[in-house]
Design a protein around this ligand. Structure first.
Ligand code: MN
Length: 228
């Protein structure tokens, strides 16, 4: 190991259900507008435009059940409930038919969004980074191994303070999990440890301090966080 002039950063990692081992996180990629009803609520046309991506830093992960601090410089913190794919084997130009072989596992996650900052960025043609990639913007649940889970269907739901705000099904993804992996692997070389947040269904809304967010994806598990 080289001598570093400052301490190297800690490795962000996700806990795994039923194991003491952790999954190290390399990068977090997120798919924009991947459910038609959400595209419509955001004022977009839900036709099958090519998928597009933004990113969060690996250390934006908030480990399952931990509190999420309300971020600075926003008056509109939105929840986006999503299926998260954890890449175990990297690759470039991955074929759709081979894509699921690259998946180590899945978890439930929240793509928390400073919507006011994102909307301003859209208006001015600026990057989304500060609307999406801020500190602790990605609460995630326990990771489950991929074996036996079929990401082509399954209920996805979020409750805020016990009330359902988002409910849909993975079968409504405009770009399926294998299609997203294949497409993203043309843009970057995917690597072990990469996470892909696959997009949110309709029903996104603002949360406030004290709110309890409880999401789940059928067959995967839950993500829970309280905004503090
Ligand atoms: Mn999202």
């Amino acid at each position: 190991m080289p001598d570093y002039v400052i301490a190297p950063p800690a490795i962000a990692a996700l806990p795994i259900k039923g194991s003491n081992a952790m999954f190290p996180v390399r990068r977090i990629f997120c798919v924009g507008r991947n459910y038609a009803e959400h595209a419509i609520e955001m004022g977009s046309d839900p036709t099958r435009e090519p998928p597009f991506y933004f990113a969060k830093p690996a250390d934006a992960v908030v480990i399952s059940d931990a509190d999420m601090p309300y971020p600075t410089v926003t008056k509109s913190l939105h929840h986006e409930m999503e299926l998260v794919v954890a890449i175990g084997t990297g690759g470039s130009n991955i074929a759709i038919a081979d894509a699921l072989k690259h998946v180590w596992g899945y978890c439930s996650g929240l793509d928390m969004t400073r919507r006011d900052i994102q909307n301003e960025a859209k208006k001015t043609g600026r990057p989304w980074d500060m609307g999406k990639g801020f500190d602790k913007s990605a609460p995630m649940g326990l990771l489950i191994p991929a074996e036996g889970f079929d990401p082509s269907k399954g209920k996805i739901e979020l409750r805020v303070n016990g009330k359902v705000t988002q409910t849909s099904d993975l079968s409504k993804l405009i770009w399926s999990v294998p299609e997203v992996i294949a497409n993203l692997s043309e843009l970057v070389e995917l690597a072990p440890g990469d996470l892909i947040m696959t997009g949110t269904p309709e029903g996104v809304a603002a949360v406030v301090r004290g709110d309890l967010l409880e999401g789940f994806v059928e067959g995967v598990g839950t993500v829970t966080t309280r905004i503090v």
